[in-house]
Ligand binder design. Structure first.
Ligand code: MG
Length: 158
């Protein structure tokens, strides 16, 4: 068995849509980035790549590439998962935490699990997503950005 860890942070700005876990969330600010800046999906991609020993998201989908401009990150996740499975690895489970001061994430978590499950053809019951605030502390607490952490376990097929 192998484990992978992913971590990501993006800045929050006005005039951008907020997409987390592939789900559009109504909010007065959105995450800034070359892609849709979906921190949760980026952390998940990095966790998958880490478990497979395949480097990181930036090396596979560089933000210098116009083809990734405003791309729906679920598409990057699908491609990442294909690479991991091509290495003979089966996913066991996914556990992730969103770090954001607002809005409340709980109402959107079932839809995020469903999106991820559909995108990578993986049992929703093995996808856990949590959310926490930083109790108002630091830049995330002030609503200047959002972060996500993710751990993935995979199994080597023999
Ligand atoms: Mg990112």
């Amino acid at each position: 068995m192998r484990v992978g860890l992913g971590y990501d942070v993006h800045k929050l700005v006005r005039g951008r849509r907020l997409t987390l876990g592939g789900v559009e969330i109504p909010h007065h600010k959105g995450l800034l980035g070359h892609s849709d800046a979906d921190v949760l999906i980026h952390a998940l991609c990095d966790a998958l790549l880490g478990a497979a020993g395949l480097g990181d998201i930036g090396s596979h989908f560089p933000d210098s590439q116009p083809e990734y401009k405003n791309i729906y990150s679920i598409r990057l996740l699908r491609r990442t998962c294909e690479m991991v499975r091509a290495k003979g690895l089966d996913l066991i489970n996914i556990d992730a935490t969103i770090i954001a001061q607002e809005p409340k994430m709980a109402p959107f978590i079932p839809a995020m699990r469903r999106e991820i499950s559909r995108a990578i053809d993986f049992d929703e019951a093995r996808i856990n997503i949590k959310a926490t605030t930083t109790e108002g502390l630091g830049p995330i607490g002030k609503g200047e950005g959002m972060g996500a952490m993710c751990v993935v376990m995979v199994n080597e097929k023999d």
